[in-house]
Structure formats: structure tokens, C-alpha cells
Write a protein that binds this ligand. Structure first.
Ligand code: SAM
Length: 226
């Protein structure tokens, strides 16, 4: 009986968080005149790549959690490039631009979502249009710029692809070594980074840790390249 009650509480909590995510997401979209708050299955994304079988559906990062997710990043953001591997129609790129990142680059496999991102950007003020760039590519083929950067991922693909991306990150930051922080939301393959000596797990400050534990339904991990 007690188990059933706690199960019920957990489900009610998850339901409330999803409603909250959705409400904040819609609000963010309408404030920015963009469209990012929707869910779409990979089969509907015009993806013509063998990696479609490892791709995860599109859904956006909750806007109200984004700043806390970046807590382990050593600023100032204005010195850093923000890269979202699997950016969809660009939600995090707009959020990163709000925070003052020097440059925001989104990499996306789906041509349909790339068009949606470009449309969102074209509806934006000139400063946003200049700061955000969309690259239509498979993340495994994208050569990560050797800038000091934040590499963001929201569970874009399964472990087969993630292993290749982790290797890409390592080779991109070797000579000379740049500062790369990986923020990985819904980190189901974070063992790939945790078990590789090239990466070091970063801890969240106590307050953000509690906030994310309460509201980030899928969890978040952070790593730095050593
Ligand atoms: C869960 S969504 C996250 C969207 C966005 N990053 C955000 O946080 O709002 C994952 C995205 O990764 C994209 N994706 C999947 N496999 C990919 C790959 N191999 N290369 C680039 N993008 C990929 C999907 O099309 C989808 O848009």
C-alpha cells in the first residue's frame, strides 16, 4: 500500500513537471516568436542516414532549467562558443544567446528540423541572426571547433553514436588544448565519458544540484576535457 502511494506521488510529480516544462516552453517560444515546443519522432524528420536507427525523438530542453544545467561551466560565457549536437529547431541556441555566449552553433541531422531552426532564426533580431549558426550534419561527421566551448547534448542518440562523438571531442581539443565542458541532459550513455580518462566529471554546486534533482526529470551530467 505504501509502495502504491509513493508510486502515485512520483507519477503526479512527473506529470506536474511536464506541465510546467510545457507552459514555460510555450511562453519562451511566444516571447521570442519562435516554434520549438513540440515533440516529433525520428521517422517524421526526413532523416536519410544509417544513424536514424540510433536517433532519439525531438523534444526541447526545458527552458527554465537551462541556466542551472550550465552551473559547472567556468565563464564568462562571452568568451565561449556554445555547441548543441542535435539542436532540433534551436531552443538551446536561443537560450545560450540570451546568456551572452560569443557564438552558438547547432548541429542537426534532420533537414526538416534544420529548416525549422533557420525559420526561427530568420524571425529574430539581427544580433541573434548573427550569433546563431545551423549546420546540417551527422554529429559523428561534425568537426568540433578548437575553441573554448560548451558542448551541449540532450540525449540525441544512442551509445553507438555517442562513442564516436566522444572520440571526436577528444581529437578536436588536443593541439593546442582548448577548454571544453560537456553538458549532457538525460545522460543515459554518460558512462562513455565517465570511463574515459580524457574526461573528468564535474560536480554541481549544492543549490543547483537540489534544484535539478527536483525538476530535471531526466537528470544531467557534466564533464570537462582534461
Ligand atoms: C532530444 S532532441 C534535443 C533537441 C535540442 N538539443 C534541445 O535540447 O532542445 C535530439 C535531437 O538530436 C537529433 N539527432 C539525432 N541523431 C543525430 C545525429 N547523429 N547527428 C545530429 N543530430 C542528431 C534529433 O533529430 C533531435 O532533433
Amino acid at each position: 500500500m505504501q509502495f502504491q502511494q509513493s508510486n502515485l506521488f512520483e507519477r503526479a510529480h512527473k506529470f506536474s513537471i511536464r506541465r510546467l516544462d510545457y507552459a514555460f516552453g510555450r511562453l519562451y517560444d511566444s516571447r521570442k516568436s519562435i516554434r520549438t515546443e513540440f515533440v516529433q519522432h525520428p521517422d517524421e524528420l526526413e532523416i536519410n542516414s544509417p544513424n536514424i536507427e540510433h536517433a532519439v525523438e525531438y523534444q526541447p530542453t526545458p527552458s527554465f532549467l537551462f541556466r542551472s544545467m550550465l552551473a559547472p561551466v567556468e565563464g564568462p560565457f562571452s568568451d565561449l562558443t556554445f555547441i548543441d549536437l542535435g539542436c532540433g529547431p534551436g531552443r538551446t541556441l536561443f537560450l545560450a544567446q540570451d546568456l551572452g555566449f560569443k557564438r552558438c552553433v547547432g548541429v542537426e541531422l534532420s533537414p526538416l528540423l534544420c529548416r525549422a531552426a533557420e525559420e526561427n532564426i530568420s524571425n529574430s533580431p539581427a544580433a541573434t541572426r548573427e550569433a546563431i549558426e545551423i549546420v546540417q550534419a551527422d554529429a559523428t561527421n561534425f568537426s568540433i571547433p578548437n575553441d573554448d566551448c560548451v558542448i551541449f547534448m540532450f540525449e540525441p542518440f544512442e551509445q553507438e553514436v555517442m562513442k564516436q562523438v566522444a572520440q571526436n571531442i577528444i581529437s578536436s581539443s588536443s593541439k593546442p588544448r582548448s577548454r571544453a565542458t560537456i553538458i549532457y541532459y538525460h545522460p543515459s550513455s554518460d558512462w562513455i565519458f565517465a570511463n574515459n580518462d580524457a574526461f573528468q566529471r564535474l560536480r554541481y554546486p549544492a543549490w543547483q544540484k537540489s534544484f535539478l534533482a527536483a525538476f530535471a526529470e531526466h537528470g544531467v551530467s557534466a564533464f570537462a576535457i582534461r
